[in-house]
Design a protein around this ligand. Structure first.
Ligand SMILES: Cc1cc2nc3c(=O)[nH]c(=O)nc-3n(C[C@H](O)[C@H](O)[C@H](O)COP(=O)(O)O)c2cc1C
Length: 342
């Protein structure tokens, strides 16, 4: 079988049909509803909410409400983080009531804020405790439960295959493995071959993640890991279409509308900006949007003058930001027309 071509095939996650096998990774502060709609619209097989702290969701904090809310997409996958079984169970119940089709458990986040609370990848240091959380979530909801993990805590404890097998036995329907340890954070290169050990340990679908940014990467990660699907994170900064493009390269039916020139890029970015203002309200939205604008500019208008860049990145007036963005992308395309579509 053509390994790369299989990425265009549908996959079943505990009874939920997923249209192809190239997934957008959850990224806190990035993959909000606006971003996920874009990624899905471009052809991503699956998109996942930002991580939601289960204790906060259980307490009804506003930001978590925004994160858990149904985006209107055909598959709503919600990711929960936490270390208390009762909070995880309660949060999973809330997610299910919000219409989640799949609940994912975060066992991969390396942030001290998260691991310091013994959630995220810290759970890989105590698999018995990790299993109590999995049991609690699986027991709380009818929808399929999945787990996202790293290879292990550090090089001396590469226990992802054990966690994955125990998770499968506990009823988990898919695992995603970021090919780094917690102690690597984001340094070094993801070890795609190590993901093969997880694949060998389970019969549920395994998703390979880490440093995939192109069809060629996706092909290599599949060869080296034998995984069933791939998940792409940071490569989608300033390019929400990347995941759909990889699926399309594999033969997926992705009618992706990728901006083809400076004016189209300007329209695209302005539309995304306006969606963020609508999602968060103007005051918060214009701040939250800055990282995306910075990525779009860095990638598609790299020669932008510091003055225009600074206006875009600091102005508190959305009309001024939009006006300057349009000027920036049109000017960039005049200098280097092909760059806009890269
Ligand atoms: C800014 C940022 C936020 C992230 N937030 C989450 C998250 O909320 N949940 C999660 O499981 N992983 C999160 N991750 C990890 C990514 O999902 C992914 O595993 C990691 O970035 C490696 O994939 P990549 O090399 O394709 O980026 C985050 C990563 C980044 C860079």
């Amino acid at each position: 079988m053509d390994e790369f071509g299989k990425l265009a095939d549908p996959v079943d996650i505990g009874g939920v049909p997923i249209r192809n096998r190239v997934f957008q990774a959850p990224m806190s502060g990035v993959t909000d509803e606006a971003f996920r709609r874009r990624a899905y619209g471009h052809g991503a097989g699956l998109v996942v909410s930002e991580m939601i702290a289960s204790g906060e969701l259980a307490k009804g904090r506003l930001d978590t409400g925004r994160r858990v809310r149904h985006s209107g997409l055909p598959v709503h996958m919600v990711q929960l983080a936490g270390r208390e079984a009762h909070h995880m169970a309660e949060a999973a119940t809330i997610a299910e009531a919000e219409g989640a089709d799949i609940v994912d458990i975060n066992m991969g986040c390396p942030a001290k804020k998260v691991t310091g609370g013994y959630s995220g990848s810290a759970l890989m240091r105590d698999l018995d405790h990790a299993l109590t959380l999995i049991d609690a979530v699986v027991g709380a909801v009818k929808v399929p439960v999945t787990v996202k993990m790293r290879l292990g805590w550090d090089d001396t404890a590469l226990n992802a295959p054990i966690l994955a097998r125990r998770a499968e036995q506990a009823g988990v329907k898919m695992v995603t493995v970021h090919g780094r340890t917690r102690c690597q954070f984001y340094q070094g290169k993801a070890d795609w071959r190590a993901i093969a050990r997880v694949k060998a340990a389970v019969s549920i679908p395994v998703v390979a993640n880490g440093d995939v940014g192109s069809p060629a990467d996706a092909e290599t990660v599949l060869e080296q890991s034998g995984a069933d699907a791939v998940m792409v994170g940071r490569a989608s900064y300033g390019a929400p279409w990347i995941v759909g493009q990889i699926a399309g390269a594999a033969g997926g039916d992705t009618s992706s509308r990728v901006p083809a020139n400076g004016a189209a890029m300007a329209d695209y970015v302005v539309e995304h900006y306006e969606e963020m203002l609508a999602l968060y309200g103007v005051e918060s939205g214009l701040r939250q949007a800055r990282k995306h604008l910075g990525w779009y500019l860095g990638r598609h208008a790299p020669g932008l003058s510091p003055l225009l860049r600074s206006t875009i990145m600091t102005s508190l007036d959305p009309a001024e930001v939009i006006h300057t963005l349009r000027a920036a992308f049109v000017a960039a395309a005049e200098v280097e027309p092909v760059r806009a579509a890269a």
